[in-house]
Design a protein around this ligand. Structure first.
Ligand code: G3I
Length: 345
C-alpha cells in the first residue's frame, strides 16, 4: 500500500479535506491524484452552502454537489455535507421570511430536498453551523428571530427524517473558549432533551501556532464527548502569520500597510516557522490519537497552502502557510510529522 494519511490513520479516524470548485471539477491532475491518495472524507468548501445549492426558493443547483459525490465514489471516499442551516452565505430568500409557518415550510423544503437527494450516499451532515456566540448566547439570525430556539431541534429532526442514516453534527469555531463551550453544551443538551437525534459535534480547527493550548483543546474534546456524541475536528488549518488586528493603535486606514508589514513570509516560509508548524501539527495529532475513541474525523480546510481561505483573512492578499502541502503540492515537514506518529506502530 502507498503510504498516505488515510492509510496511516485508517484505524483511528477519517482524514478529510475541504475541496474547492477546481478540485471538484478535477482541473488539476496533480492535485487530484494527491486528493485521491491522501484523504478519505471530502467536504465541499463552498458549493453546498445554501446560497449556492439553493439560490432561490424554487431553484436548486445540484451540478457541483453531484460531481463531488461522483468524485468521492470514484475514489472510495466519504462525503461530509456542509452545511444545511447557517446564517452566513445564506440564500437571500430566507431573509424575507417573517412568519413562523412559512419559515418551517422553507426549512422543511430546504432540508428535505438537499438531504433527501443524498440520503444513503452521504456520511454526515453539518446540520447547524455557527449558531452560538463567543459569550455562549445564541447568535442572532433570521432563524432565531422567526422561530426562537426551536429552530435548533427542528433542524435536526428534519435532517434525521430526510436522511435517517447520516450522522448529524453541530459545527462551530472557537469551540475551546469556556463561555462558548458552556453555551454549546447547554444548546446540545436541549436538542437531546427535545428527542431530536444529534450524533456529533464538530470543532472547527482554525487555530494558530500557539493558541488555543493543547489543554484547552483536550478539555473541550472531553466535555463535548461527555454528552454522548462523537467529536470531529473540522476545518483544521494553522495560521502562521501575526494578526494585524492586534497591532496597537491600528485603524482601518492603516490596515493595508500594517498587513503588509505583518505578511512577512511573502517570499517563502523560514525554516524555523516551518519546523514550529510541524511541531504544532504533531502535538495536535498526538492529542487526537490519544482520544481516537472519541474522534470520528479530522478534516483539513484545504489541500495545499495556496488553497487556504487564510490567504484572504483577516485581510486579503496574504501569503499564509496553514496546511500540510505546499503551493507545489509537495508534503511539508508538518505532513512528515503527522505521518511519523504512525510509523513503526
Ligand atoms: O468565487 C468567487 C469569485 O468568482 C470572486 O471573484 C471572488 C471575489 O471576492 O470571490 C469568490 O468567492 C469567494 C469564495 O470564498 C471562493 O473563493 C467568496 O468571496 C468568499 O466569501 C468565500 O469564502 C469562503 C468563506 O467560508 C465564506 O464564508 C471560504 O472559501 C471558505 O473557506 C470559508 O469557510 C468557512 C466555513 O464554511 C465555515 N466556518 C468558517 C470557514 C472560514 O471562514
Amino acid at each position: 500500500e502507498i503510504p498516505s494519511l488515510k492509510a496511516s490513520y485508517e484505524n483511528d479516524f477519517l482524514i478529510g479535506s475541504a475541496l474547492n470548485g477546481r478540485q471538484i471539477n478535477e482541473e488539476d491532475s496533480v492535485q487530484n491524484a494527491l486528493i485521491a491518495r491522501e484523504f478519505n472524507s471530502y467536504t465541499a468548501e463552498n458549493i453546498m452552502k445554501s446560497m449556492h445549492i439553493h439560490p432561490a426558493k424554487d431553484t436548486f443547483n445540484f451540478e457541483m454537489p453531484d460531481k463531488l459525490f461522483a468524485l468521492a465514489e470514484k475514489n472510495g471516499a466519504k462525503v461530509h455535507g456542509h452545511t444545511l442551516i447557517w446564517h452566513s452565505q445564506l440564500s437571500s430568500f430566507f431573509y424575507g421570511i417573517k412568519d413562523s409557518t412559512e419559515m418551517v415550510s422553507a426549512m422543511t423544503d430546504h432540508i428535505n430536498t438537499i438531504a433527501g437527494r443524498y440520503a444513503g450516499k452521504l456520511d454526515s451532515w453539518d446540520v447547524v453551523n455557527e449558531a452560538v456566540e463567543g459569550d455562549g448566547s445564541l447568535r442572532k439570525s433570521v432563524f432565531l428571530n422567526v422561530l426562537g430556539e426551536d429552530y435548533l431541534p427542528l433542524s435536526f429532526k428534519l435532517a434525521a427524517a430526510a436522511d435517517p442514516q447520516a450522522d448529524l453534527y453541530y459545527n462551530d469555531y472557537s469551540m475551546t473558549g469556556e463561555a462558548k463551550r458552556k453555551g454549546v453544551i447547554e444548546m446540545v443538551k436541549k436538542i437531546q432533551e427535545s428527542g431530536a437525534k444529534i450524533d456529533g459535534i464538530g470543532m472547527q480547527g482554525h487555530w494558530h501556532l500557539d493558541s488555543p493550548s493543547l489543554e484547552e483543546i483536550e478539555t473541550s474534546i472531553l466535555e463535548y464527548a461527555a454528552l454522548g456524541v462523537k467529536v470531529a475536528i473540522t476545518e483544521l488549518d494553522i495560521d502562521v502569520l501575526p494578526n494585524p488586528r492586534n497591532v496597537e493603535g491600528a485603524d482601518i486606514s492603516q490596515r493595508a500597510e500594517i498587513d503588509a508589514q505583518n505578511n512577512p513570509y511573502v517570499n517563502g516560509l523560514p525554516d524555523s516557522i516551518n519546523v514550529a508548524l510541524a511541531k504544532r501539527y504533531e502535538d495536535l495529532f498526538k492529542l487526537f490519537l490519544k482520544h481516537s475513541d472519541k474522534i470520528s474525523r479530522v478534516t483539513l480546510w484545504g489541500v495545499n497552502d495556496g488553497d487556504s481561505w487564510k490567504n484572504n483573512f483577516p485581510a486579503r492578499g496574504r501569503t499564509n502557510y496553514c496546511l500540510l502541502f505546499d503551493r507545489n503540492n509537495q508534503p511539508k515537514k508538518a505532513y512528515e510529522s503527522v505521518m511519523a506518529l504512525k510509523e513503526n506502530k
